[in-house]
Structure formats: structure tokens, C-alpha cells
Design a protein around this ligand. Structure first.
Ligand SMILES: Nc1ncnc2c1ncn2[C@@H]1O[C@H](COP(=O)(O)OP(=O)(O)OP(=O)(O)O)[C@@H](O)[C@H]1O
Ligand SMILES: [Mg+2]
Length: 254
């Protein structure tokens, strides 16, 4: 068995069965600190389910989940978040009726409350404004900080989600299709942003992504899922030439 204890994130022989359906089958992989791993695979392959089991919103049927060398298999999402895990969802989860700034402030306050306990008042909003505006500037949204999140383009909403991740100071970040719904002309800037954020923060990123050009450009390694199993876990160059992977996509170009 692959040892994943020294990885920032490890899953070992992970299986998930729901109502008799095998959603994940014996998945083992380790992601190193500062590594960006892309998860690809056909619709229904189990990519989102894998993120759900790692974040704790779904409990594995068997196997282990390790975060920063701690076994969190039986821990809930809150404890995993305290250990530095953050995630975005396949469908945007912003507060569309709040401003851009308010969205980031909430993420920041949620992070502070996780550490201080809910019984204390959230940290001084004035004190927190500096870092919040820095995060917004980082993703290019400081100029629209007073606009409602609901008025942003899809691309800018995805950027705002990255600002929330920055505000939460997560060290392990799960991104479920961060480019979904984004216009093709906005893809390069979003891709640059993810790369820069990853480099600057040295965060460990696991990103489900369908745009193969994005995967080839950004990922250090690619995990290929198929029918709940991990078909390959290798460099982008090796994955695209992997015969088993090609067969799984039935000859469709990756
Ligand atoms: N909570 C659940 N209950 C029952 N079945 C589920 C549940 N979550 C996922 N599934 C099933 O598990 C399989 C994998 O789903 P999952 O959403 O993980 O795939 P995916 O690879 O993320 O697909 P997509 O590319 O469409 O997002 C699908 O057949 C789905 O219907
Ligand atoms: Mg999915």
C-alpha cells in the first residue's frame, strides 16, 4: 500500500457505497504539500464524491482520510476545516445578495470563529479590513468590492470564491470545477490566478477540472477517476499517453 502519512492530504483504500452503489472503489493517493493535483474523469466518475469524503460531508464506507498526517476519517467537516481544509463547490455558493466585500468578510469571520469559539464576538471588522482588501486586490476585485456578488460575471464569481479561500487561510484547498460556467476568454486569467495563489501561499490544491488544457498547464500530477476507481495518478504528460486512460475515454481526445 502506498504510504500517505507524510503527505498534506492522503486517502488510503477509500471506498464509498451508497444504497448498494459503489461510488468510490479502493482509492489511494497522496498529495504533497504545495502540490497541485487535478482530478479528471467522465461525468459520474466519482470526482465530487471523492472531494466530499475528503472534506467530511460524506463519510467513507471504508478506508482512511489523512490531513497533515492526522487521521480524520471519523472527524466531521468542522474539525477538518480547523486542520486547514477549505473547499469550493461545483455550483457557486456565494451570498449573491451581499456585497463582494461582505462575502470575504464572512469567510474571514467564519475562520476566526472556528479558532476562537462561537461564544465570542467576531474579530474587529475594522482590523480585518486590511487583509480582506488585500485578498480582493489579489484576485482583481477590490474595485468592485461594494457591488453585489450577484451582479458579478461567472468568471468574477469564481475569482471571488478564490478570495474566500485566501481569507479562510486554508492550507489544503479542494476546488470542484473552479472554471465551470466561465467564458473561454476569462479562462486564462483565472488559470493564472490559481497558479499564482498556489505559488504564493504554498497551499496544497486538489482541483476537479474538465478543461484538459487547464489541467495540462496547471497540474503537477493528474488523478484520473473512472467508475469510482483511480485509473491513473501521474504527470500530465504521462497521463495523456496512458493507454488505459485513453480507453476509458473511449478514444475521445483528452
Ligand atoms: N449522495 C449520493 N447518493 C447517491 N448517489 C450519489 C450521491 N453522490 C453521488 N452519487 C452518485 O455517485 C456517482 C458519482 O457522482 P459524482 O458526483 O461524484 O461524479 P463526478 O465525477 O463529480 O461527476 P460530474 O463530472 O458530473 O460532476 C454518480 O453515479 C452519482 O449519481
Ligand atoms: Mg462533480
Amino acid at each position: 500500500m502506498l504510504r500517505t502519512e507524510s503527505a498534506a492530504l492522503g486517502v488510503e483504500e477509500l471506498s464509498l457505497v451508497i444504497d448498494g452503489a459503489q461510488i468510490l472503489r479502493d482509492v489511494t493517493l497522496g498529495v504533497a504539500t504545495g502540490e497541485l493535483v487535478a482530478v479528471i474523469g467522465p461525468n459520474g466518475a466519482g470526482k465530487t464524491s471523492l472531494l466530499n469524503v475528503v472534506s467530511g460531508t460524506l463519510r467513507a464506507t471504508s478506508g482512511r482520510v489523512m490531513l497533515h498526517e492526522q487521521d480524520v476519517t471519523s472527524a466531521g467537516p468542522a474539525r477538518r476545516a480547523r486542520l486547514g481544509l477549505g473547499r469550493t463547490f461545483q455550483t457557486s455558493y456565494l451570498f449573491l445578495g451581499l456585497t463582494v466585500l461582505e462575502n470575504v468578510r464572512l469567510a474571514r469571520q467564519a475562520k476566526e470563529q472556528r479558532f476562537r469559539g462561537l461564544w465570542r464576538a467576531p474579530g474587529s471588522s475594522a482590523a480585518a479590513l486590511g487583509p480582506i482588501r488585500e485578498h480582493l486586490a489579489r484576485v482583481g476585485l477590490d474595485g468592485v468590492r461594494h457591488d453585489l456578488a450577484g451582479s458579478l460575471s461567472h468568471g468574477d464569481r469564481r475569482k471571488l470564491e478564490l478570495a474566500l479561500m485566501l481569507a479562510s487561510e486554508s492550507t489544503i484547498v479542494l476546488l470542484d470545477e473552479p472554471m465551470a460556467g466561465v467564458n473561454s476568454e476569462d479562462l486564462p486569467s483565472l488559470m493564472e490566478l490559481i497558479r499564482d495563489v498556489q505559488r504564493d501561499t504554498d497551499a496544497t490544491i486538489v482541483m476537479v477540472e474538465h478543461h484538459i488544457d487547464v489541467v495540462m498547464e496547471l497540474a503537477h500530477r493528474v488523478a484520473v477517476m473512472h467508475h469510482g476507481s483511480l485509473l491513473a495518478f501521474d504527470t500530465p504528460a504521462n497521463v495523456v499517453t496512458n493507454a488505459t486512460v485513453r480507453d476509458a475515454y473511449l478514444g475521445e481526445p483528452l
